[in-house]
Design a binder for this molecule. Structure first.
Ligand code: T1G
Length: 658
C-alpha cells in the first residue's frame, strides 16, 4: 500500500492509503481544534472533493487522543475563521464517505467532528462526550442538534446535560458509534469507507430525531436539573436538545447564539478558572525534574472506614496492598470491609469480574508489623491521636526498607511531630484523604518540614495513579481545607449570633450552589466530635476571642444531630424542619451577649462567608501553606462542596459584583 504524506497545515497531515485519504490531526498535547487544525481540515476536505482519485476519507488523531475539543486557550478571544460549525458542515456535506476513526478521547468539538462524519469507528478504550456544561457552556458546533438524531432525546439530554463521557461499549449501545475496532481503528475505518463507497452518505444532520415518549424525556430532564444547582448551561443544553426536531440550520443558529452568550458568562469564566487551576496544581515548586520513587506495594495501617477506602483506591489503581490492623480479628474485618466495597463496585458495574478477581488477589492483610517489609509506601489511617500515631510510626520505621516512604493521613495533628519520632523524617509525608477515600477526588499532599523532594514527588505520582486531584499543602492545623472550613464555620456562627437563623444561612448557601447548607451538614455528620474538640480547646482559648456558645447549648440539650432526631433542625419522621426550640436557644444566647439581632439578605450572608474564607486563604498564602489561590479554590470545590461554577472561594471573592 502506498502512503504519501501531504501537509494540509502545521497540525493536519494526510496519507493516501490506496484510494483513501487518511487525515491525521497532530496538535499535541490533545489535538485541540485550534485555528490551524480547522484550516488544515478544510484544506483536506478541498483536496478530497477535488481529487477524483480519492474514494473517501478517514479522520483520525495522532497519539492517544482523537480530538480533545475546542482549544480552551482560544476562549475569550474573537473567533478566527474558519469556525468549527462551518468546518463540520463541510465534512457532513462531502459526497464521499467520511469515517471518523476514534483512536482515543473525542470530547466536545472533537465529538462534534465525529458526529459530522458519515460513520464512526472507535477503539474500545476511546472515551466520548460533550463536557461543555462543565465549562459553563453548551456545545457550539452542532452537538446539541446532531447527537439527539443519533441516540434520541432522552439519552442526549443525559450526556449533554451531565457532560459525562462514555466508553466505546456504551457509545455503541446508544448508537453514538457504529463499530468498535479492537485491532486497528484506522484499518477498520478504511474498510468502512470501502463498504460505504457508492452509497448515499448517511448524514447525521439529515436524520430524523427518533420519536420518544415524553415520560422518558421528563425523567432525564429532572435528573439533570436536580444536580444543576443554579448553573445555567445544563438547562440551556436541555432546551436545545429538546428542540432538535427542526431543520438543522435553525437548531444550529439557536445553539450558536446560546453558546456565544454563555461563553461570556461568569459561570463559564469560573469553570475555565477551575480547568486551568487543575492543570496548574500539579506544577510544584522545586520538583521540576525530580523523579519519584518506584511504588508497587502500598501498606495501609488501620483498616477502618478511611483505611479501607484508601485500600480500594489503591487496588483500583493497580497497586499491591498489604493491610495492617491491631490483631487478626481486626485485620480480617478490614479485609471483609475492603472486599465489600469491591463487591459494590462489581455490582454497580464500575469494575468487571476479572478486575474484581485481580484486585482481590493483590490484597493481603496481617496483624504483624513485620509483614509490611515489602512495602514501598505505608499510609497510616489509624485513630487521629498523636500518641497512637507516633507509636505506630516508630514501629513501622523499624520494619520497612530505608528507602520506603511513610505517610500519615492525619487531619488535625502536626505531621512534623510524627516525623520527628522516626529515624528518617525526610521520608515522611502527609496524605490527607477525604472520606469516602475511594470516591472523593481530593487529596491534600502535605509537605512536612523535612520531607525530601523525591518523597514529595512520589506522593504526587501516587496521587495521580490513584486518579486523585493532589494539592500540595504546608503544615498548619487543618492544612488548607480544614483551615478555610474553620473560618467559614466560625463566620457562620457569628452570623447566627448577629441575627441570621440556621435555615436562612443554609438556604443562602444552597441557593448559591452548595449541595447542602452548613447546618444541615452538621446535623448529618453529628455534633459530638466538634463538641468534644471545643471542650478540649476551652482551657487554652483566648478569652478575648469572640466565641459563639450556641452549638454548645444545643449539645447540652442533647441535640446531637440527625441520628439523635434533633440538632440544628428537628426531624419528625426523618424530615428536616425548622425547630422553634433552636430559634429560642439562639435568641437566649444573643440576649446573654446583649446582641441586638438584625436581618440578613441571602447575598449578605454569602458575601460574609466568602470574605471570611478568602481572608483565611490569604493568610495561608502569606504563610506559604498554599502555593497559589487556585489551589485553595480546588480544595474547597473538591473536598467541601463549594460550587465549581463559582470558581472556588478565592475566585468568587475576587469576582463577586458588588
Ligand atoms: N484545549 C487546550 N488545552 C487543553 C485542552 C483543550 N481542550 N484539553 C487539554 N488541554 C491541555 C491541558 O491544559 C494540559 O496542558 C494538556 O493538554 C494535557 O491535559 C465547540 C466549545 C483530552 C481527556 O473539555 O478532558 O469543545 O498543563 O493532563 O490526562 O462545542 O485533557 O500539560 O500544559 O488533561 O491525557 C471541551 C478537556 C472543550 C476536554 C486528555 N473539551 N480535556 O487527558 O491530559 S469545549 C474538554 C480533557 C468544546 C465545542 C466546545 C483531557 C483529555 P499542560 P491532561 P490527559
Amino acid at each position: 500500500m502506498e502512503a504519501a504524506a501531504i501537509l494540509f497545515s502545521d497540525t493536519v497531515r494526510g496519507e493516501v492509503q490506496g484510494d483513501i485519504l487518511v487525515v491525521i490531526i497532530d496538535n499535541p498535547p490533545v489535538n485541540a481544534l485550534s485555528a490551524d487544525v480547522r484550516s488544515g481540515l478544510v484544506a483536506a476536505l478541498d483536496r478530497a472533493r477535488g481529487d477524483a482519485g480519492i474514494l473517501g476519507l478517514v479522520i483520525t488523531g495522532a497519539g492517544r487522543t482523537f480530538i480533545g475539543g475546542a482549544d480552551i486557550r482560544e476562549f475569550g478571544q474573537p473567533p478566527v475563521e474558519p469556525i468549527l460549525p462551518a468546518v463540520i458542515e463541510r465534512i457532513e456535506d462531502l459526497e464521499k464517505p467520511t469515517v471518523a476513526a476514534l483512536n482515543g478521547a473525542a470530547l466536545g468539538g472533537g465529538l462534534e467532528v465525529a458526529l459530522g462524519c458519515h460513520y464512526r469507528v472507535a477503539s474500545s478504550a476511546a472515551q466520548m462526550g460533550l463536557p461543555e456544561v462543565k465549562l459553563g457552556i453548551v456545545p457550539g458546533a452542532g452537538g446539541t442538534q446532531r447527537l439527539p438524531r443519533l441516540i434520541g432525546i432522552p439519552a442526549a439530554i443525559d450526556l449533554i446535560g451531565s457532560g459525562r463521557s462514555v466508553k466505546a461499549k456504551e457509545a455503541h449501545e446508544l448508537g453514538l458509534i457504529d463499530e468498535i475496532a479492537d485491532a486497528g481503528t484506522v484499518e477498520a475505518a478504511l474498510a468502512a469507507v470501502r463498504r460505504l463507497a457508492g452509497q448515499d452518505p448517511r448524514r447525521t444532520g439529515q436524520l430524523a430525531v427518533p420519536a420518544t415518549d415524553s415520560a422518558a424525556v421528563e425523567k432525564a430532564k429532572t435528573r439533570i436539573l436536580a444536580k444543576a444547582r443554579g448553573q445555567h448551561a445544563p438547562a440551556q443544553a436541555i432546551r436545545l436538545v429538546e428542540a432538535a426536531a427542526r431543520p438543522l440550520a435553525e437548531g444550529m443558529a439557536d445553539e450558536r447564539a446560546t453558546f456565544l452568550k454563555l461563553r461570556e458568562s461568569s459561570e463559564a469564566a469560573a469553570f475555565r478558572h477551575v480547568f486551568f487551576a487543575e492543570r496548574q496544581a500539579s506544577k510544584v515548586e522545586d520538583l521540576e525534574g525530580v523523579p519519584p520513587r518506584l511504588v508497587e506495594t502500598i501498606g495501609i495501617a488501620g483498616l477502618g472506614l478511611m483505611g479501607s477506602g484508601i485500600a480500594v483506591a489503591a487496588l483500583g489503581a493497580g497497586y499491591r496492598v498489604i493491610g495492617l490492623d491491631r490483631d487478626d480479628e481486626a485485620a480480617a474485618r478490614g479485609r471483609e470491609r475492603i472486599l465489600g466495597l469491591l463487591q459494590k463496585n462489581l455490582y454497580t458495574g464500575r469494575i468487571d469480574q476479572t478486575a474484581f478477581d485481580a484486585q482481590e488477589n493483590r490484597l493481603s492483610v496481617t496483624a504483624a508489623d513485620a509483614d509490611l517489609a515489602p512495602c514501598d509506601l505505608v499510609i497510616e489511617a489509624v485513630f487521629d491521636d498523636l500518641d497512637v500515631k507516633i507509636d505506630l510510626f516508630r514501629r513501622l520505621d523499624k520494619v520497612i526498607r530505608p528507602d520506603a516512604i511513610l505517610a500519615t493521613n492525619t487531619s488535625y495533628l502536626n505531621p512534623d511531630e510524627i516525623a520527628a519520632a522516626t529515624a528518617r523524617p525526610e521520608r515522611v509525608i502527609g496524605l490527607h484523604f477525604f472520606s469516602p477515600a475511594h470516591v472523593m477526588r481530593l487529596l491534600e499532599v502535605v509537605r512536612c518540614a523535612r520531607t525530601a523532594p523525591d518523597v514529595l514527588a512520589t506522593g504526587l505520582a501516587v496521587a495521580k495513579k490513584l486518579r486523585k486531584l493532589a494539592i500540595v499543602t504546608g503544615v498548619t492545623e487543618g492544612f488548607i481545607g480544614n483551615s478555610i472550613f474553620s473560618a467559614y464555620r466560625r463566620e457562620a456562627e457569628f452570623l447566627l449570633e448577629d441575627g441570621a437563623l440556621p435555615h436562612e444561612i443554609d438556604a443562602a448557601l444552597e441557593d448559591y450552589g452548595f449541595p447542602m447548607g452548613l447546618f444541615a451538614v452538621y446535623d448529618m455528620a453529628g455534633l459530638e466530635i466538634a463538641w468534644a474538640r471545643r471542650k478540649r480547646q476551652a482551657v487554652t482559648r483566648d478569652p478575648s476571642e469572640r466565641y459563639v456558645e450556641i452549638a454548645d447549648r444545643l449539645c447540652e440539650a442533647g441535640r446531637l444531630g440527625q441520628k439523635a432526631g434533633r440538632g440544628w433542625y428537628a426531624y419528625p419522621e426523618g424530615k428536616r424542619q425548622v425547630d422553634p426550640v433552636v430559634t429560642e436557644i439562639i435568641a437566649q444566647c444573643r440576649t446573654s451577649k446583649t446582641v441586638t439581632p438584625r436581618s440578613f439578605t441571602a447575598t449578605e450572608i454569602v458575601d460574609r462567608l466568602l470574605a471570611a474564607m478568602a481572608a483565611e486563604g490569604r493568610k495561608l498564602l502569606e504563610d506559604g501553606i498554599a502555593a497559589r489561590e487556585s489551589d485553595i479554590d480546588l480544595v474547597m470545590i473538591n473536598g467541601y462542596g463549594f460550587p465549581a461554577h463559582k470558581g472556588g472561594p478565592m475566585f468568587a471573592a475576587a469576582h463577586t459584583p458588588r
